[in-house]
Design a protein around this ligand. Structure first.
Ligand code: NAD
Length: 486
């Protein structure tokens, strides 16, 4: 681990230098498994942000005109460096976020894949021409970067989510100001250091730590042309509206409540394994987590029995230890919020099949909640309505596939949805009628790879162009149309 991530008080990265924030405010960054203070993150102010935007604006003058293959070469070097530091990055994710090392290792892979996609910028940025739109008249479309882009990221994927944003934005010729989650700021700093080591010029990628002040500064700044946001639904909506009101392009990815429909003909062993992974992996702190199972017909009893058995077998503890599946949630406040939801679920009349509050197989320290299962959950209950973002799985029972789809569609969230079945016509009905953007068939976490768009619908996404894939290229570029007579 490098010097800059070892110091207790973290610094902002502006114009290629690590600078103290002028705010004087800070917050502890805590390992959620041990409660050890890892560092203090500055809660930066508008002056810090101004400096970063000015550095990014200046760097854009040269970076925006740097030939695309040359920019791509820096991405290739970066990809290699991330590869070389894979284990270090994974450990850092586990230490600051709490997810298991295995999950963190997989997250590094997803981040690297984004860099690999971005390295294709010379092909991705190509325009289109038509030599004869009229007699002796030709027409062509060229793509250009848009300028300074702001990125705001959540705590739950300290590597993958930032990598949805800055590698592609930068490969397309933009410069970037990132505000990482104040709860997981360390990994972002390593990402910036390694990019600099790969040869990225000063000022192209900047990091300003902090919270609302920095976010509002990005949303309102006249020199910031676009905002890429990932986080909870209320903040996504706020970011979308505020940034749009200030004339910016916005993609704002919000929260989720993903339904998994289990048909009576499903391979139950496979379904249970996938659902348990999707519901309790990363302590349920995934925007693609399975948070509601919809049991169709007579599958319910057997399914619930098997889900409980599988949940009973999960190992809980510090994600750095071998064989641990379920780590802590991010903070004590989040644990308390989760406990409150379990109490609310009971009070609302859901049947508590497995109570994660009672799991005690780990040390006294850390923000642990064991896997929790509720049966007979209905659409009136807040445990069905709200994103709990913790290892709490609700099970609803219905009689038909049509009812299952109807229940899922009642949710204002629509990130993902899954179906478990062997029947093609069930899959077709599900695909054609479900209102969600990322669908899984017999698998639990249908997160698209970097060359496809991450496609949430409804209140899970605010904007037009999604993150990643060709949508990402469209979002980070603007076009010139040239019509010429010769
Ligand atoms: P969060 O909304 O609390 O924070 C996200 C970012 O916004 C952070 O950088 C934070 O500092 C900032 N922020 C928080 N409150 C703010 C406010 N009032 N004004 C301005 N900025 C503010 O989200 P989180 O808890 O870090 O992350 C978890 C959430 O992110 C979950 O809801 C999850 O579903 C969502 N998420 C969605 C996706 C997706 O692809 N749709 C991916 C990952 C996470």
């Amino acid at each position: 681990m490098s010097i800059s991530t070892q110091v207790t008080r973290l610094k902002n990265y502006i114009g290629g230098q690590w600078l103290e924030s002028s705010s004087g405010q800070q917050e502890a960054v805590v390992n959620p498994a041990t409660e050890e203070v890892l560092a203090y993150v500055p809660i930066s102010n508008r002056a810090d942000l101004e400096q970063a935007v000015a550095a990014a604006k200046e760097a854009f003058q040269v970076w925006g005109k740097t030939p695309v293959p040359k920019r791509a070469r820096t991405l290739f070097k970066y990809q290699q460096l991330l590869h070389d530091h894979w284990e270090e990055l994974a450990r850092l994710i586990t230490v600051e976020n709490g997810k298991s090392y295995e999950e963190a290792y997989g997250e590094v892979q997803r981040g690297i894949e984004c860099v690999e996609f971005a390295a294709g910028a010379p092909s991705l940025m190509m325009g289109k021409q038509l030599p004869d739109i009229a007699t002796n008249i030709e027409s062509g479309m060229y793509r250009y970067p848009i300028g300074v882009v702001g990125g705001i990221t959540p705590f739950n994927f300290p590597m993958m989510v930032p990598c949805w944003m800055f590698p592609l934005a930068i490969a397309c010729g933009n410069t970037f100001v990132m505000k990482p989650s104040e709860r997981t700021p360390l990994l972002a700093m390593r990402l910036a250091e390694l990019f600099a080591e790969a040869g990225l010029p000063a000022g192209v990628l900047n990091i300003v730590h902090g919270a609302h002040d920095v976010v509002n500064g990005l949303l309102e700044h006249p020199d910031v042309r676009a905002i890429s946001f990932v986080g909870s639904q209320p903040v996504a909506e706020y970011v979308y509206k505020t940034a749009a009101a200030h004339g910016k392009r916005v993609q704002a990815l919000g929260g989720a409540k993903n339904h998994s429909i289990v048909m009576p003909d499903a391979d139950l062993g496979q379904a249970v394994q996938q659902i348990v992974n999707a519901a309790f992996g990363s302590a349920g702190e995934r925007c693609m987590a399975a948070s509601v199972v919809v049991a169709v017909g007579d599958v319910a009893e057997n399914l619930i029995d098997q889900l409980k058995k599988a949940a009973d077998g999960l190992s809980i503890g510090n994600g750095l230890e071998q064989g641990i599946f379920l780590g802590p949630v991010i903070r004590e406040s989040h644990k308390q919020r989760t406990v409150k939801y379990i109490e609310t679920g009971e009070a609302e009349g859901a049947v508590l099949v497995r109570d994660g509050r009672k799991d005690t197989a780990y040390e006294d320290k850390g923000y642990f909640v064991g896997p929790t299962l509720f049966d007979r959950v209905t659409a009136e209950m807040s445990i069905w309505k709200d994103e709990i973002f913790a290892p709490v799985l609700s099970i609803a029972r219905v009689e038909t596939l049509a009812e299952a789809v109807e229940l899922s569609n009642q949710s204002p969230f629509a990130n993902g949805a899954c179906i478990y079945t062997k029947n093609g016509s069930h899959v077709r009905y599900f695909r054609e009628n479900i209102e969600a953007g990322m669908l899984g068939v017999n698998l639990g976490v249908p997160a698209p790879m970097a060359f496809f768009p991450f496609s949430g619908w409804k209140n899970s996404f605010y904007g037009d162009l999604h993150a990643n894939g060709q949508d990402g290229v469209e979002f980070f570029t603007r076009k010139k149309m040239i019509t010429a007579r010769w």
